[in-house]
Design a protein around this ligand. Structure first.
Ligand code: PGA
Length: 264
């Protein structure tokens, strides 16, 4: 069975002091729950948090014996250079990150990041040993026009272009995040989430074979809360969740971890 992956994307929230406070509380909640700690140690569950850039250092310091993986929400595709305001994959690895979100819909739609650029970012992250959490997902109008699969296929295939099968199997996490469900309180139904996650796994099977596709973690994201986690995670092709708003507070993120664990 694939491990479960519970990720929190803090977006542009939580300054350094709030980050330390979060971990002080969250670590206690985790440590007090022997089942959660056992699941983390035997790697049946992995917890990852993606703070804003300036909160990465306090998160790495306070994340408690690597029980929680820390990642960034973006990186540049070059390793260094004259790119004012940008942060590169080697800088993230140097700061203690193990993961990086690539192609979040807010990056695609607010900052104009396109498929070819996101492929370069993914490759750059992999070259530094970072695990990319590669996001795909359709806009509301694309869903209404019946283009969900077309959009998700294009984003997935172009995003992973020229990455070899072994790397995809071991290092890539894909997150399906329908844009209409992000921050809106509208969760995709568990059937919708399963349908698209299964479609992504089929794409990977066609391209790399089932030996690879069966190993790739596929997450769902979009208005995940403690009360819908269990239903979403009960789906065979949904291996985890990428949580925005409900990951900002230790209690609600911990509640999501517990719900996820009850599905194992
Ligand atoms: P949300 O965000 O859980 O607040 O909808 C999810 C995301 O954007 O990753």
């Amino acid at each position: 069975m694939r491990r479960r992956f519970i990720a929190g994307n803090w977006k542009m929230f939580n300054v350094q002091g709030e980050t330390r406070d979060f971990f002080n509380k969250f670590n206690v909640l985790l440590n007090d729950n022997a089942d959660v700690m056992k699941a983390i140690i035997d790697k049946s569950i992995e917890i990852a948090l993606f703070p804003p850039m300036l909160s990465i250092a306090p998160a790495v310091e306070s994340s408690g014996n690597a029980a929680i993986s820390i990642g960034a929400q973006n990186c540049h595709f070059e390793k260094s250079g004259a790119f004012t305001g940008e942060v590169s994959a080697p800088m993230l690895a140097d700061a203690g990150c193990t993961h990086v979100i690539i192609g979040h819909s807010e990056r695609r739609h607010i900052f104009g990041e396109h498929d070819a650029m996101l492929n370069k970012k993914t490759i750059s992250a992999l070259e530094e040993g970072l695990i990319p959490v590669f996001c795909v997902g359709e806009l509301l109008e694309e869903r209404e026009e019946g283009k969900t699969f077309e959009v998700v296929e294009r984003q997935t295939v172009r995003g992973l272009e020229s990455i070899d099968a072994a790397t995809v199997a071991e290092k890539i996490i894909i997150a399906y995040e329908p844009v209409w469900a992000i921050g809106t309180g509208k969760t995709a139904s568990k059937e919708d989430a399963q349908e698209v996650c299964a479609f992504i796994r089929k794409l990977l099977t066609d391209k790399y074979g089932s030996g690879v596709a069966d190993r790739v973690l596929i997450l769902y994201g979009g208005s995940v809360k403690p009360d819908n986690t269990k239903a979403i995670m009960s789906q065979p092709d949904v291996d985890g969740v990428l949580v925005g708003g409900a990951s900002l507070k230790p209690d609600s993120f911990y509640a999501i971890v517990k719900e996820a664990l009850s599905e194992i």
